[in-house]
Design a protein around this ligand. Structure first.
Ligand code: DQA
Length: 143
C-alpha cells in the first residue's frame, strides 16, 4: 500500500525556519523516519512538498488512483484553502492532518483549519514525530 505524505508551503525550509517553533530536523530527516515507519507497517510512501496550492491539489487527485491514504501537513494553506479541502473530499481513503507545532496555542488565525473538515484525525504539537504517529494511525485504519 502506498501512502502519500504531502507537505505545504515553507516546509522545504524545515530545520532552518523558526527552529524554536518547528525544531532542527529537516524535511529530509522527516522523510527518512516516515519511510522507516511505513516499511515497518508494510506500507510505502510517496513524500512530496510544494509551495504551490495547485501542485498539492494535483497530487491529491493523483492519490485517488495511486494511494490508499494521505498524511498531509498543509502548512499555511490549512487556514485558507478551500481548494485543498475540496480535493481531499474527492479522495476516499483515510486522511490524517499533521501540524508540527500546536496551532491551538498560537495566533487565532491558526485555530481554524479547512482541512479538519475532511480529516479523519488531526495531530498537532507533537513535533515532527506527528508524521510517524499519523502513519501509524493510517496503518490502523487500513487494517
Ligand atoms: C504548520 C502550522 C501552520 O499554521 C503554519 O502555517 C505552518 C506549519 C505546522 O506544521 O505546525 O507552516 O502547519
Amino acid at each position: 500500500k502506498t501512502i502519500y505524505v504531502l507537505n505545504g508551503p515553507n516546509l522545504n525550509l524545515l530545520g532552518q525556519r523558526e527552529p524554536e517553533i518547528y525544531g532542527r530536523e529537516t524535511l529530509a530527516d522527516v522523510e527518512a523516519s516516515c519511510a522507516r515507519v511505513a516499511a515497518g507497517a508494510g506500507m510505502e510512501i510517496r513524500f512530496l512538498q510544494s509551495n504551490h496550492e495547485g501542485a498539492l491539489v494535483d497530487w491529491i487527485h493523483e492519490a485517488r488512483q495511486a494511494a490508499a491514504g494521505i498524511v498531509i501537513n498543509p502548512a499555511a494553506f490549512t487556514h485558507s484553502s478551500v481548494a485543498i479541502l475540496d480535493a481531499l473530499n474527492a479522495f476516499e481513503g483515510p486522511v490524517i492532518e499533521v501540524h508540527i507545532s500546536n496551532v491551538h496555542r498560537r495566533e487565532p488565525f491558526r485555530h481554524r483549519s479547512y482541512v479538519s473538515l475532511r480529516a479523519d484525525g488531526v495531530i498537532a504539537g507533537c513535533g515532527v514525530e506527528g508524521y510517524e504517529l499519523a502513519l501509524k494511525r493510517i496503518a490502523t485504519l487500513l487494517g
